[in-house]
Design a protein. Structure first.
Length: 500
C-alpha cells in the first residue's frame, strides 16, 4: 500500500509538447513565458511548467489541458526572434574556472571548418605570434592574438551522417548530439574579463553552450607534501637504507616498535634501488625509520615543503645555494702610462680579466601531477642533486659541479607516498687537533697533536605524498590541518568583550 501511494505517474492527466527554438536560447524564452502566463492568475498559472532542453535548444511545456499548448506555441513563435536592435546573435559567456584564451582555442578546434577563416586577413602586432587552428577535417585557419583579445573567424564543419557522408540540408544527429547546419560562427576571447564573445544564432549557441559548460569546470588541485632529508649511513645503515630494509630489520631505537620493515621491503614497497623510485604503501614505516635515526642525530631534514598545484601543472622545490664559477679568463701584457721628462720611462706589466657566472647547486625537485577519473595520481618526477667539487684549472682554483639526476613517471593512489632514494654521497673530512701553536710546527708538530681522516656517507631520501583536492571542503580540511600544526604560532583572533 505504501509503495502504491508513492508510485504515481506525475504526468497522468497532463499534456506536454516539445517546441524547438531558432533564435533564442531556452533559458531566456522560459523567463518570458513564465512572465506572460503568470498574468492569468495564481490558480491558472500553476497549470504551466516549462523545462529547458539545452541539447536540443528546445522548450518542453507541460500543462493540465491540451488547449493551452496552442497558446504556448503561439507565444513561442512571437518571442523566438532575433533582437536586431541590440545586435542579436551576440552572446557573452563569463568563464568561471578556466582561461578564456585556452577555452577559445579548444572551441576553435571543435567548430572550425571550411579551411580558411572568414573576413580580411589579420595583421600581427609587434612581438606577437600567429595562432594556427587546425581543422579536424583537413582544413586549416589562422588567427592572430593582439592586445588582450584573440579572435578567430570560424566556419562550422559541414554536416555529416554517422557514416561520414555529407548530409543534404537541415540538421543531422549523431548519437546523443544534435548537429545543426551552423553557418558562420565567430568566437572572441576577452582576456581582460576572462569571457567569451560568441557571434552565433540561438540554435548554434544552443549547440555550443553545453560544450562550454562541460569544459568550464573547476580544475582539480593536488597538494604535494615533500620531505627532503639526509640520512647518515652509520652502524646498521652503513650499506644504505635499501639493504637495511631488505634484511628484515625492525626497530632501531624509539618510534619503530611493532613495525616490521622487512615485510614492507619484501612486498616491494620500499625497494630503494640506487637512483630508483618506490611506492610506499605504509609511509609511516619509513617515516618512523627516519624519526628513529633523527633521535640519534643521524638525520638532517633539509626541507619539508607543502605545495598546492593545479592538475597538470608543475610544482618545483629547490633548496641550495648559488656558487661562482670561472667561465672565462684572459691574460695579457699591458702598457702603463708614460710620463714626460728626463729620467722617466714607461711601465709595463701583466693584466688579467676573469668572467664569473653563478650556478645553482643543491636539491631540485619537480613534480607534474595528473589525476585520472579513478583518483589515481600519475606524477612525472624529476629530481637532481648537484654539489660543487673543487678543481684546479692551470694555476686557477675553480669549481666543477657533480650532478645526479632521476627522471621517472609513477602512478600512486591519492594519499600514498613515493620514496626517492639511493643517492649516496661520500665525504672526506680532515680534523687536526693538539696543543695550540705547537701542533702546527713543521716536522715536530705531529708530536703535539693528531690528525684524523673520516669518511662520512650520507643518503638523500625524498618522500612525496600527493593529496587530491576536489572541492572547497577538501581545501578547508587541509587548511585546518595546517592551523593545528601551527598551534602556539597561529593565534585565533579574540573578540573584545562588550563594554557595559
Amino acid at each position: 500500500d505504501m509503495v502504491s501511494t508513492f508510485d504515481i505517474d506525475v504526468l497522468k492527466g497532463r499534456s506536454f509538447a516539445l517546441f524547438p527554438l531558432t533564435h533564442v536560447n531556452p533559458e531566456t524564452i522560459i523567463k518570458e513565458l513564465e512572465e506572460v502566463f503568470s498574468k492569468k492568475g495564481a490558480e491558472e498559472s500553476s497549470f504551466f511548467r516549462f523545462i529547458p532542453i539545452e541539447r536540443l535548444n528546445s522548450v518542453m511545456a507541460i500543462t493540465h489541458q491540451a488547449r493551452y499548448l496552442k497558446d504556448i506555441e503561439s507565444w513561442i513563435s512571437r518571442l523566438d526572434r532575433a533582437n536586431t536592435a541590440t545586435g542579436g546573435g551576440v552572446n557573452v559567456y563569463k568563464v568561471q574556472n578556466v582561461d578564456a584564451l585556452e577555452l577559445a582555442a579548444t572551441l576553435g578546434d571543435i567548430f572550425v571548418g571550411g579551411g580558411q577563416s572568414s573576413g580580411s586577413s589579420a595583421k600581427l602586432a609587434p612581438g606577437k605570434k600567429a595562432v594556427s587552428v587546425s581543422n579536424k577535417l583537413g582544413g586549416k585557419s589562422d588567427s592572430s592574438q593582439s592586445g588582450s583579445k584573440a579572435g578567430a573567424g570560424l566556419k562550422s564543419a559541414a554536416n555529416t551522417n554517422s557514416a561520414g557522408n555529407a548530409a543534404g540540408g537541415g540538421s543531422t544527429s549523431s548519437g546523443d548530439a544534435k548537429v545543426a547546419n551552423v553557418g558562420e560562427i565567430k568566437i572572441i576571447a576577452d582576456a581582460a574579463n576572462n569571457s567569451l564573445v560568441i557571434v552565433a544564432t540561438a540554435q548554434e549557441y544552443g549547440v555550443i553552450l553545453p560544450i562550454i559548460k562541460q569544459l568550464d569546470i573547476l580544475p582539480l588541485q593536488v597538494l604535494i607534501d615533500a620531505t627532503i632529508a639526509e640520512v647518515a649511513l652509520t652502524d646498521k645503515l652503513k650499506y644504505g637504507i635499501e639493504w637495511y630494509l631488505r634484511e628484515g630489520n625492525t626497530a632501531v631505537g624509539s618510534g619503530l616498535s611493532g613495525v616490521n620493515l622487512g615485510d614492507l621491503a619484501n612486498k616491494g614497497a620500499a625497494a630503494f634501488a640506487t637512483g630508483g623510485l618506490s611506492l610506499v604503501q605504509n609511509s609511516g614505516a619509513v617515516q618512523a625509520l627516519l624519526s628513529a635515526q633523527a633521535s640519534d642525530g643521524n638525520v638532517n631534514v633539509i626541507s619539508s615543503p607543502s605545495l598546492m598545484v593545479l592538475n597538470n601543472q608543475e610544482a618545483t622545490i629547490e633548496v641550495g645555494t648559488q656558487i661562482p664559477i670561472l667561465t672565462n679568463s684572459l691574460a695579457g701584457v699591458g702598457v702603463g702610462s708614460l710620463n714626460s721628462g728626463i729620467g722617466s720611462s714607461g711601465t709595463a706589466g701583466l693584466t688579467s680579466s676573469n668572467s664569473i657566472s653563478y650556478k645553482d647547486t643543491g636539491v631540485k625537485l619537480g613534480v607534474i601531477p595528473r589525476v585520472n577519473a579513478n583518483g589515481m595520481v600519475i606524477m612525472q618526477i624529476q629530481q637532481s642533486v648537484s654539489d660543487p667539487v673543487e678543481t684546479t684549472i692551470g694555476v686557477t682554483q675553480s669549481a666543477s659541479i657533480s650532478k645526479k639526476e632521476i627522471n621517472s613517471s609513477v602512478a600512486v593512489q591519492d594519499g600514498e607516498t613515493i620514496v626517492l632514494g639511493g643517492m649516496i654521497k661520500e665525504t672526506d673530512t680532515y680534523n687536526k687537533a693538539g696543543i695550540p701553536f705547537l701542533h702546527e710546527l713543521p716536522l715536530i708538530g705531529p708530536m703535539f697533536g693528531n690528525t684524523t681522516n673520516d669518511k662520512i656517507k650520507t643518503e638523500l631520501v625524498v618522500l612525496i605524498t600527493p593529496r587530491v583536492v576536489k572541492s572547497k571542503q577538501d581545501a578547508r580540511v587541509i587548511s585546518d590541518e595546517f592551523k593545528r600544526k601551527l598551534t602556539g604560532i597561529y593565534e585565533e583572533p579574540v573578540k573584545p568583550e562588550a563594554v557595559e
